[in-house]
Design a protein around this ligand. Sequence first.
Ligand SMILES: [Zn+2]
Length: 233
Amino acid sequence: MAYVRHLYQLQLLDSEREAKAQRLAEVHDGLGESRELIQARQAVAETEASLAELRAQLRVLELDIAGLNAKLKQNQDRLYSGKIRNPKELTSLQDEAAALRRRRSELEDAQLELMIGIEEHEAELAERQARLRQIEASWHQDQSSLRVEKDKLEGELAALDEERAGVRARIGASALATYDDLRERQGGTAVALLKRGICQACGVDVPTSMARAIERGEGTHFCPICNRILYGG
Ligand SMILES: [Zn+2]
């Protein structure tokens, strides 16, 4: 039957359509924010949060140190006012001054440590922000090329559908039913090419008499192994 040639045409169109539809699905998946972009943005936010926390701790320490300095000033003012004559009171003020200085020294150590931590976090933040900008730039580029590809694929798919409908219209209902059924059962390929007597889908050597009939375009023949419709080209 001459249908076989049309069926083979239909097979080519269907295979092309399937490949393009698959690519379109991939393009759809690629549109929108990537995991990489979301993670890079999260990394920046995390460092910003840690940095804010460290800066808040530093402000508290600075207030504590300022409070200690004020107390120490009061202490020193009293100590050197010349009004205190009682040796016990003098000793007690000196002890208090020593304790305040010790405490201040501890807080200043902690302050230094915090400042180092803040510097490290600032460096990390700058690094993460640079990485985010880089990812955003390449993401924007990818997105625009994906959108172009999406439009192109959609146009091609529409054209293929039209062409496919035209070919299907030339094939009889029962041949179409056989084709559709085979395509579903045989992984999308219902029609196989026969080249030099060999089924190009499964690789089997078909009987010579069948191969000749197929080459002459006589009748409909199915591959004895994979059961696909054979087309001689
Ligand atoms: Zn076969």
